[in-house]
Design a protein around this ligand. Structure first.
Ligand code: HEC
Length: 193
């Protein structure tokens, strides 16, 4: 009897310990309050299990950054949910610009930080978007926002040094003329997709 109770207690401890590891990996927090975000409690069921989402949840790095095939969907989501306040190409309206190197919340220079701000919201009119945007679409949206960048990317934590070398500031005309059509021909995938 005693043994069973101890064994059960031990099993519970092991379970709690492994649950704890998962929480540590998913230590995503609200940008303003610092509260832990309940990602799997709030995100839509669809779009949770893609290789990109799994990788992002473990690393906090967006695997879709610079994957051209992901940009058209990212653009679509942006135009649907964000451009009304942040401007057509992130130039800023009632919400701040997202295409320059100034960030109210410095953590938005990282993919994890930007995800947290979009998922959980910030102050005032910047409401939470975690409940209606699929997780995989969050990553496409973030790739699109990064693509809109027009400032120097030397402090851009979302790019590797290699990516910085080949980065070109967003050019709206070029995107309209050739960029979108070329991106639509490519897949939005990372290895493992
Ligand atoms: C109803 C208007 C509105 C909508 C829609 C909206 N935002 Fe915002 N957003 C704001 C405002 C206002 C702020 C400033 C809030 C603050 O400083 O806390 C903001 C702040 C932000 C910031 C922080 C910028 C910084 O400088 O650190 C990011 C990132 C952001 N929004 C992204 C988005 C994205 C992505 C979407 C679409 C999914 C979106 N917003 C939709 C109004 C909006």
């Amino acid at each position: 009897m005693k043994f069973t109770v101890m064994a059960a207690g031990f099993a519970a401890c092991v379970m709690m310990a492994s649950a704890h590891v998962a929480v540590a990996q998913n230590d995503f927090r609200n940008t303003v309050t610092g509260e832990v975000l309940d990602i799997y409690g709030q995100a839509p069921e669809a779009g949770r299990d893609t290789p990109a989402v799994k990788k992002f949840m473990q690393t906090g790095v967006n695997p879709y950054t610079e994957v051209k095939g992901c940009l058209p969907k990212g653009e679509e989501v942006y135009l649907e949910s964000c451009s009304g306040c942040h401007g057509h190409v992130g130039e800023g309206k009632v919400g701040p610009g997202l295409a320059d190197s100034y960030w109210t919340y410095p953590k938005n220079t990282t993919d994890k930080g930007l995800f947290e701000t979009i998922f959980g919201g910030a102050n005032g009119m910047m409401g939470p978007h975690g409940g209606h945007l699929e997780l995989d679409n969050h990553l496409k949206l973030i790739a699109w926002i990064r693509h809109l960048q027009v400032d120097d990317v030397k402090d851009a934590e979302w790019l590797t040094d290699e990516q910085k070398k080949s980065f070109k500031p967003f050019n709206s005309d070029e995107w309209e003329k050739t960029g979108r059509a070329a991106a639509l021909k490519e897949k939005c995938a990372i290895s493992g997709n």
